[in-house]
Design a protein around this ligand. Sequence first.
Ligand code: SF4
Ligand code: SF4
Length: 617
Amino acid sequence: MQTLVFWLLFLTFVGAFAAQVARRVQLIGAAPNTFSTDTFSFRARRFLLDVIFQLRTIKERPVAGVAHAFVFWGFVAFGGYTLTEFLRGLGIVDQTHSGWFNAYRTVLAPFAVAVLGGILYLLIRRAFVRPVGLGTKVSLESIVIALFIATLMITFLLTFRLEEGTMAERANWWLHMIVILAFMALIPASKHFHLVVSPITVFLKSPELGNLPNLDFEKEQVGLETVKDLGSKSVLDAFTCVECGRCQVNCPAWGAGKELNPKTIILQTQEALLTGERERKLGELYSEKVLWQCTTCGACENQCPVGIEHLPILIGSRRGLVSNGDAPEYLGAMYNNLERRSNIWGLGYDQRAKFVQAAGLETFDAAKHDVLVWLGCAGSFDADFQKSLRSLFAILRAKDVKFGVLAKERCNGDPAKRTGNEYMFQELANGNIEELKAAGAKKILTSCPHCVKTIGNDYRKFGYEVEILHTSVFVEQLLRRDGARIDSGPAAAGASPDGGTRETVTFHDPCYLGRYAGNVDEPRALLTRFGADIKEPERNRENPYCCGAGGGLLFADKEEEPGSRISDVRFKQLQATGANTVVTACPFCSIMLKGAQASAGADTQFVDLMTFVKDRL
Ligand code: SF4
Ligand code: SF4
C-alpha cells in the first residue's frame, strides 16, 4: 500500500517537473541554434572552477558565496542518497541496509550540517538583510525553497537518532521524500531551475567576453527583431537566471541611475518566452531607450555566476533596430562620418597625414620594422591623444624598437559593431584586414583598448589572426627586459627616478583593457616602477567602473540622459581616492573623464600612461 501511494506521489510530482522542463526544452529547441562547444579545454577548465569549485560565486560575495557553495556541494553529495531512497520507496530495490549505504550516510552528515548552516544564512540574507541586487520584494518562493532544503537536512540528520521501524522514523522518512518531490515540482517554475541548467549554461558560455558573432548577410541575417529571433543560448540564459542581481549592481548604467538593468533584461526575456510572446518586438519588450544605454562594458556577463551572456541580447537587439533604421539621431551622424570619411569624427585624412609627417613616422615595412603601430581614430585625429602617442614613439625610439604605421587606416569598426551597425562594421573591418595583410604585419601595438578587442577578437571571425598588444603591455615587457637599469634606479629605493618624492596617483582601468583583456598588472607595474604610489579607486582591476564611452555612447546626447552621467559617477570614485593625478590608458576614458572633471570644476590632473612613463624614463 505504502509503495502504491509513493508511486502515485512520484508520478504526480515528477510528471509536473517533466512537463515544465519539456516546455523550456521545446522553447530552447525552437530557437535558432547559437550553441557552440569550441575551445573545449577552456570550457572544461571554467566548468571546473565556476561550477565545481564555485569560484566566481565566492569571489565577489565571499560569505554568501561560501554559503551557496555548501548548498551546491551538498546537493551533489546527496544525489546518490536520494536515488537510493527513491528506489526503496518505489519498491524497486532496497540498499538502505547495506554496509556501503551506512558508510555513505556517515560521510553525508557533515555535508548536511554545512548545507543547513548555508541555507539558513541565505534565508536570513534574502528575507531580512535584503541586499539591493536581490530586489525590493521578498520572494515567497525563495523562502519556501530554503525551508524545503532545511527540512531535508534536518530530516536526514534525524535518521541518526530515530529508531528504525518506529512511527516517528516512518513519519520522518515520508516527510523527507514528500519534500524532495515537492521541491522537484517547484524547481522548473522558479529561479532554482538554475540547479539543473546552470552547469550547462556555464559550459556553453562563450570563452570570449562580449562575443558578437558576425551576421551572415548572404543568409539575410539582420539581427534580433522579435522574441522568436533570440538564439538558443540566449533562451537557455533566460531560464538560468538565479536573480542574484550581480549584473545589476555592477552595471554602470544602473549605477548612474539609468533605466537599464541587465537582470531585468534577462527576466523580461524569460517572461516573454513563457507567455508565448514570440512575435513581440524586442525594442518594445526592453524599450529602445534602455537598449541604447548599454556601454558594452561587459560587467554583467563577467559577474554572472551562471554563465549568462547579456551582450548578444542587447547588441543583437540594437542590430535589429539599426536594420530597421531605428538608431538614435546621434548615431546617424557618426555612421555618416564612418561612411564618408572612415573615422568617427568625419575629419579629413590629410590631418592624419600631417600628424604622421610631423611625428616623423615611417610607413610600415615588414622587412624593416619590428612592430606596426595602429593609431586608431583618436591617435589619428585627437590632438590631446596624439601627445600620448608622441610619448609612445619617444619610448620606442629610446629603446630602439623599429616601428611604422599604415599608410591608410580606417576606424577599426568598434563603434559600428557595438551599436549594431554590422554592415558598416564588416565594410570597415574587411578594408582594414586587406591593408594589414598587404603590409604583412605580424605584431601590432595600439594605445586604444577598443582596437585591441576589435582587431584581436572580432577580426579573427573573418579568419584574420594577428598579435595585437596594448601599449601598456608592450612597454612593460620592453622595460622589464631592460629591468636591471630601472630596478636598480632611485624608484626602487622609494624615490621617483629624478630623486624626488614618490607621486600619489590613481589609475582608471579601461573596461576593454582590464575586464576584456585582463591587462591589469602591466599598467600598475609601469606606474610603480616610475615612482607612483597607486591609490586604488572603488571598482578597479578586472571589475572597473566604466567611463561611459563604450558602445557608441561617446557620441550620445548626455543632456537628455536621466540620472547622473556614468562619467560623473566614475570621476567621483577617482576623486575619492584623494589622488590629484588620474592616469588613464584609453583615449575614450580620457575624453569622458576630462569632461566630468570640467563639469565638476575640479583641478584633477589627467595623464596618459605613456606620457607618465616617457616623462620619467
Ligand atoms: S555591458 Fe555594462 S552597461 Fe551594458 S548592461 Fe552590461 S553592465 Fe550594463
Ligand atoms: S543575469 Fe546572472 S548576474 Fe544577473 S541576476 Fe541573473 S544570475 Fe544574477
